[in-house]
Write a protein of this length. Structure first.
Length: 98
């Protein structure tokens, strides 16, 4: 999921870049765990994999982007101190089951 999914619509100034810097915490939940790099590969057809990935991303979206997430990043756009605290506060914000 790219930060533009909500940041460019709701508050484009600074929020996009702050969210991009934070995305690594979310991405850690999606690390490829096998030696081949085929995370969630269930088919020999790339279209099937892309579709399955999109379905999974849509299911995870409300766990990642919600009122608390937006509140943290709106605060971070106007305060570097708040931006520095976002990573510490975010541990309890995301509850992605894997």
């Amino acid at each position: 999921m790219h930060a533009a999914n909500f940041t460019n619509v709701s508050l484009p100034v600074a929020l996009h870049s702050k969210y991009e810097n934070f995305v690594d915490i979310v991405k850690d939940n999606y690390k490829v765990k096998d030696g081949n790099g085929y995370w969630n590969w269930k088919s020999v057809n790339p279209e099937d994999w892309v579709h399955a990935s999109a379905v999974g991303a849509k299911a995870d979206f409300p766990l990642i982007v919600h009122d608390k997430t937006k509140e943290l990043f709106i605060d971070a756009t106007v305060s570097q101190d708040a931006a520095d605290k976002v990573k510490l506060q975010s541990v309890g914000v995301f509850s992605i089951p894997h």
